[in-house]
Design a protein around this ligand. Structure first.
Ligand code: HMG
Ligand code: MG
Length: 298
């Protein structure tokens, strides 16, 4: 059976923009987030408190966050370590996300640490966040394949998920960073996680659409009972530290499918599409989302 309602975790302002080569003005980012909230999105990942040299596009996190803080939406932010948590808490963030990898290669490329070193960095970060009543999401990247290592054993993903849960993460997000997953693989991983004691209600899915599989994978996850789905308005995105990563599942494509299935999202698809068309104008190229193109065709 499919869920009656899905919570969309909108990542366009973070995952969508982090790989953008030319600096997007802070005010444009703030307006993007305001319009996303206006379209009915209630969880909007705002930015990352990472090292500015690693992700120059998000170097304005301190300027941006106060501009959107009072919107009323949940505004999670990424924190890679203690320094990131301190920066986020200083601005009053009440939702943070740590980001682990299921593979050694990506832990090294993305966090400059071994997998176990990165988990050791997260442990006190998650504890302090929880002590302060801050909601913590734990991302796990490369759950379905890795550009350097190829296939990723399911038990390796389960080990990282369990470690993040044991630290106190409220929610997990299973990342298909390079978009190679297919629906059977998604179901296998979800079943294994359940067997390992990770309940479906703490799991979100995060599909990049490199091979056009993101919607099919999402439907499989929904059939398994998942109700939190990450998506990026207009299909913006890609990870700067993962070869061959393209944009996330487009939020419009997701909403089209969900509403077609009678599943509630709270999103106004017309306003969302208008937001992505506006953002595409800011970035100077059309949205890759099929739904945005279909609905904005004049
Ligand atoms: P490092 O170079 O090993 O850092 O980078 P360090 O701990 O050795 O510190 C070096 C210097 O950086 C120090 O300054 C620190 O204070 C400073 P110094 O003492 O030399 O003057 N520093 C910081 N400054 C500001 N903010 C911070 C911070 N931390 C240290 N938070 C580090 C390690 C983790 C910092 C770096 O690798 C980093 O920032 N990585 C972030 C990479 C990233 O953001 N990737 C994209 C997000 S993940 C993703 O997209 C996947 C996802 O979408 C899911 C999926 O699709 O799979 C989530
Ligand atoms: Mg991602």
């Amino acid at each position: 059976a499919l869920p009656a309602r899905v919570r969309i975790h909108e990542v366009g302002a973070r995952d969508g923009l982090q790989n953008e080569k030319t600096a997007v003005p802070t005010e444009v980012k703030a307006e993007f987030i305001r319009r996303l909230a206006g379209a009915g999105l209630t969880t909007i990942e705002a930015t990352s408190f990472v090292h500015p040299k690693w992700v120059p596009q998000l170097a304005d996190a301190e300027e941006l966050f106060p501009l959107v803080r009072e919107l009323g939406a949940d505004l999670p932010v990424l924190v890679p370590n203690q320094r990131g948590l301190d920066r986020a808490l200083a601005l009053g963030a009440d939702r943070v996300a740590v980001f682990a990898s299921a593979t050694e290669s990506f832990a090294k490329a993305n966090l400059n640490r071994t997998l176990d070193e990165s988990l050791a960095v997260f442990e006190p970060v998650v504890r302090q966040a929880k002590d302060r009543g801050v909601h913590v999401r734990g991302y796990v990247s490369m759950c379905f394949g890795d550009p350097w290592e190829g296939a990723v054993p399911l038990h390796q993903v389960a080990r990282v998920c369990t470690a993040l849960r044991d630290m106190g993460c409220d929610e997990l997000s299973l990342g298909d960073t390079i978009g190679v997953a297919t629906p059977g693989h998604v179901l296998e991983l979800l079943s294994l996680l359940n067997e390992e004691g990770v309940p479906t209600n703490v799991i979100g899915v995060h599909f990049h659409d490199t091979y056009g599989q993101a919607l099919a994978n999402t439907l499989a996850a929904l059939q398994h009972g998942v109700t939190t789905v990450d998506a990026s308005a207009g299909g913006l995105g890609g990870c700067p530290y993962a070869r061959s990563a393209t944009g996330n599942l487009a939020t419009e494509d997701l909403v089209w499918m969900l509403h077609g299935l009678g599943i509630e999202t709270g999103v106004d698809l017309g306003r969302l599409t208008a937001t992505s068309v506006w953002m595409a104008e800011q970035l100077g190229r059309p949205s890759p989302s099929r739904t945005v193109r279909a609905l904005s065709h004049k």
